[in-house]
Design a protein around this ligand. Structure first.
Ligand SMILES: [Zn+2]
Length: 288
């Protein structure tokens, strides 16, 4: 368990000093994938990685997401020491155990999810945030167990549950054990529902496969970020199966809300206030 606080942004745009001709700008600018314009990286970061010019949502990591949603960026983390035991001794291009080690090194996370408890607009919530960079944000035994335990805490403490998905689906290196997480989490969510504690699912780019097919679509509210890829199978597989060309924007948030698959599409800078309002509606206003 650990506590974090968001650092104050102190960096300023570099100004060329007198007599100094060159300014180091490497890595300070970023090209927006939406409008192709060059954007000052700090401007982008201070707007939660949403382009200030066109509104394109770049991906953010699991930790930034937690800090964005919880008051003062403060939270208590659970089950950080849970690790996959590589039950199948799986080897693809390289052994799964090696892949895990390399990912843990690169992301400083034990697996693809942060389970946090904190307050959102003054209300205690259980928040799970997925990390797409950790083996594609795939759901194995650790992700499944951390979510199931977060649901148990939600039921015991009557804290609303929020899960932010960013995932390629089940983790093939854990085979059927990763698929079992879908049933385990769905069962736990049913108990949460019976306890009448609200669950808000936030779908971000990308949310696909077994994650979409289980908890990401089981929220009392299913909210997506603009432009997020959300689906079960990929478009190529679907095209080959149904032998039809898929429509423009298929499997993106805006297409899905038009076809009744989502409750809302909410821009990232408004996400926290939107969730706070929804929880006020579900649970009544926060009592001090
Ligand atoms: Zn842009």
């Amino acid at each position: 368990m650990a506590w974090f606080r968001r650092d104050k942004e102190t960096d300023e745009k570099p100004q060329p000093a007198n007599g100094e001709r060159r300014v180091r700008t490497e890595g300070l600018w970023q090209k927006c994938e939406g409008c192709r314009q060059i954007i000052w990286k700090k401007d982008l970061e201070s707007n939660w990685n949403v382009c200030v010019k066109c509104g394109w949502h770049s991906r953010i990591d699991a930790l930034t997401r937690v800090k964005m949603l919880l008051d003062d960026g403060e939270f208590r983390e659970f089950d950080c020491d849970l690790r996959s035991s590589d039950p199948l001794n799986f080897v693809d291009a390289k052994p799964y155990s090696e892949r895990l080690r390399a990912m843990q090194e690169a992301t400083k996370m034990a697996d693809a999810l942060i389970a946090a408890e904190g307050t959102l607009a003054g209300r205690t919530v259980q928040l799970c945030s997925m990390e797409a960079k950790f083996i594609g944000g795939s759901m194995g035994s650790v992700v499944g167990e951390k979510i199931a335990r977060a649901i148990d805490r939600s039921i015991a403490q009557r804290d609303p549950l929020i899960i932010v998905s960013a995932s390629g689906g089940a983790r093939m290196q854990e085979g059927a054990i990763s698929l079992m997480q879908m049933a385990k989490i769905s069962g736990a969510l049913m108990r949460l529902d019976e306890a009448r504690v609200p669950y808000i699912s936030v779908l971000t780019d990308p949310t696909t496969g077994g994650v979409t097919a289980s908890f990401a679509m089981l929220g009392d509210l299913n909210i997506a970020e603009p432009g997020a890829l959300i689906g079960f199978a990929g478009p190529r597989v679907i095209e080959q199966t149904i032998r039809q060309k898929l429509p423009e924007g298929f499997q993106r948030s805006e297409f899905l809300i038009k076809h009744g698959m989502l409750d809302a599409v909410v821009a990232r800078p408004q996400m926290k206030s939107y969730i706070a309002k929804a929880l006020d509606f579900f649970c009544g206003p926060v009592t001090p």
